[in-house]
Each structure stands twice: as structure tokens, then as C-alpha cells.
Design a protein around this ligand. Structure first.
Ligand SMILES: [Fe+2]
Length: 318
């Protein structure tokens, strides 16, 4: 892992948990317990959580359970090294006959231990729960989780909705969490995050004030292929119980008056030069971050051909 941190504050953003030793026989037992597809996420999560409870020491289990209420903005669990012969899905979806159950056991098992509930949204990814973050030919040139050839600069996912505690429907809210499992990443493409508190510390107070006003129109991000609703007018920044939270994606936000535009320009200038924490996820890494408390980005990379391209699996959580 390449961890490039500017200062102690940045390094304290990510809780890193290392697993020493993993009994692969336990995975075989879990596969037998689950039988053949199709599997339900909750069931896989329960079996995966049992596996993790029997594998991880108490200190690690306590740190996982405490993460949602902690000051950490992201958590990385590393050391359960997994591999698969299943090819990276070139159209973004796994064929019905294929699954990556070992990865799903870890992915949903960790969500179970964290107490994070995952959800699908009907307006993207064909309403499927797991998004395969993988280069897809028709997404060339787009800032999408299916893109690769252009930078997808600092953003939060699905910023065109109210925050979770303001919404009646979780599928029409900004997801609180993005949770990933890494299947392969031979290209060593990094997933970068930066804490919004670190960004705000570099903004003048007048800009923070204007960014907190409902003076910005949000369209739908490129991934919302099934959503064609109206633009929503909201602030970029809001103060929550545990600090500021932010919704942002430069490609879909428009300022509605000159002072909102001036504040947006300041934010763009800071994001243009900020250094984040660069995480090169490895097969079997579980990575989760608080989507309203950090921005994330993925720089352009050249994917490997023939089913070997970088492949992460992502779910939204609340
Ligand atoms: Fe994203």
C-alpha cells in the first residue's frame, strides 16, 4: 500500500487493520454452508460475519464495530488475500453462472460486523446491489465507475439527493458509506480520499458560508443512467451532528448566483491542488469510507486486456 499523507491529521483519517494469518479451509466450509447460487446478501453476510469472528482477534473486531461512530473517515482491512479465475466483467455485469463468493463473504461479512446496511438504487446499475467497478468499453471518456481513461476527480457519490437523515427513502439519499472489496488491481490504480475538514481548513470563511447556502443546482451523475428527474437546488456544505458534510461532483453542480460561483471557484482551486491519501487496493482488501465526510477520486489508468482489468466491487451503505 502506498500511503502518502500530508500530515498527522490526514494519516488519522484511515483506520488500518491488518489480519495476520487466515485459514483458507474456513472459506471452503462457508461455501459448503451456503450451497449453490443464488445467494441472498443478508445470508452471505451472516455466514461471512461468522467466518470473520472466528478469524479476527478481539481487538480488530472491536475496532470494526466502533468504526461507524468513530472519528475515522475510512477503514481498510488487509491480509485476507483472495483470488479468483473469474474474468473481470467487460460489460459491468457478471454472467448469471459466475460468482465470486469468497469475495462476497468478506464484503458482506464485514458490513454485518460494521452494522452497515447496504441498498440498491433503482435508477442505476440495473437496480443491482453490487456495482462492478471495472472498465467498460461504452464508458470510455466518462467520469463513471466504469471509466478508466479520464481522471474522475474529487467527488462524493450521488450528491444530487438529500442526506440520509433528511430523506424518507434511503435509495433517494446521499449514501452514508461506500464499501469496496478489491478483486484484482494489477494496474496498481489508486483509490484516493481526502477528508473534507482538511479541504475546508484551506477555504476562507466567506466561501464556507456561501457553500452552505442552497444556491447550487445538482443534476444526475453519469452513473444514474435510469434517472431523468429535475435538477435539485441544495447547499454543497451542511453542518451535521459530527461536523461538516459535503455533496459534490464538479461535472453536475452549477452555481446559481455570483457569490455562490465565487465560493465554488475557491473550492475548485483547493481541490485542484490538494493531496489526498492514495490507497492501492490489493485482492481481498475491504475498504469502506464515509461518503459525506471525505471526497474520493480515481485517476486515469490503462486497463489490462482480456478479463484481467482492475476490478473492485462496491455497495452503498447506510
Ligand atoms: Fe465515486
Amino acid at each position: 500500500m502506498s500511503l502518502m499523507a500530508l500530515d498527522v491529521h490526514q494519516a488519522s483519517v484511515v483506520q488500518m487493520l491488518k489480519v495476520a494469518g487466515f485459514d483458507r479451509q474456513a472459506l471452503t466450509h462457508c461455501r459448503q454452508q451456503l450451497g449453490t447460487p443464488a445467494h441472498r446478501a443478508e445470508h452471505v453476510g451472516r455466514v461471512g460475519a461468522q467466518l470473520l469472528r472466528s478469524t479476527l482477534n478481539n481487538e480488530v473486531l472491536q475496532a470494526i464495530a466502533a468504526f461507524p461512530g468513530s472519528g475515522y473517515k475510512a477503514l481498510l482491512l488487509r491480509g485476507i488475500e483472495l483470488s479468483t479465475e473469474v474474468r473481470s466483467p467487460c460489460d459491468g455485469f457478471l454472467p448469471e453462472a459466475e460468482c465470486v463468493l469468497d469475495f462476497d463473504l468478506l464484503h458482506f461479512g464485514m458490513l454485518d460486523l460494521l452494522g452497515v446496511r447496504c441498498h440498491a438504487v433503482e435508477y442505476e446499475n440495473l437496480g443491482k446491489l453490487v456495482r462492478n467497478v471495472v472498465p467498460v468499453a461504452h464508458a470510455v471518456g466518462t467520469t463513471s465507475s466504469w471509466g478508466a481513461d479520464v481522471d474522475f476527480s474529487w467527488h462524493t457519490d450521488n450528491p444530487n439527493w438529500p442526506f440520509g437523515d433528511q430523506a424518507q427513502d434511503v435509495a433517494r439519499s446521499v449514501p452514508n458509506y461506500l464499501a469496496f472489496i478489491a478483486v484484482r488491481n494489477q494496474e496498481q490504480a489508486s483509490t484516493d480520499i481526502v477528508c473534507i475538514d482538511h479541504v475546508l481548513a484551506q477555504l476562507p470563511s466567506w466561501a464556507i458560508e456561501h457553500l452552505s447556502e442552497p444556491s447550487y443546482a445538482f443534476g444526475a451523475p453519469a452513473s444514474n443512467e435510469g434517472f431523468d428527474g429535475p435538477h435539485r437546488v441544495m447547499p454543497i456544505l451542511e453542518r451535521g451532528a459530527d461536523g461538516y458534510r459535503l455533496r459534490f461532483d464538479d461535472g453536475i453542480v452549477t452555481a446559481l448566483n455570483p457569490r455562490a460561483e465565487a465560493a465554488l471557484s475557491q473550492l475548485r482551486a483547493v481541490l485542484g491542488q490538494v493531496r489526498g491519501i492514495e490507497l492501492v487496493l490489493q485482492p481481498g482488501d475491504f475498504f469502506i469510507f464515509k461518503n459525506t465526510r471525505v471526497l474520493h477520486r480515481r485517476r486515469a489508468f490503462k486497463p489490462l486486456p482480456e478479463g484481467q482489468a482492475r476490478w473492485l466491487r462496491r455497495v452503498y451503505g447506510n
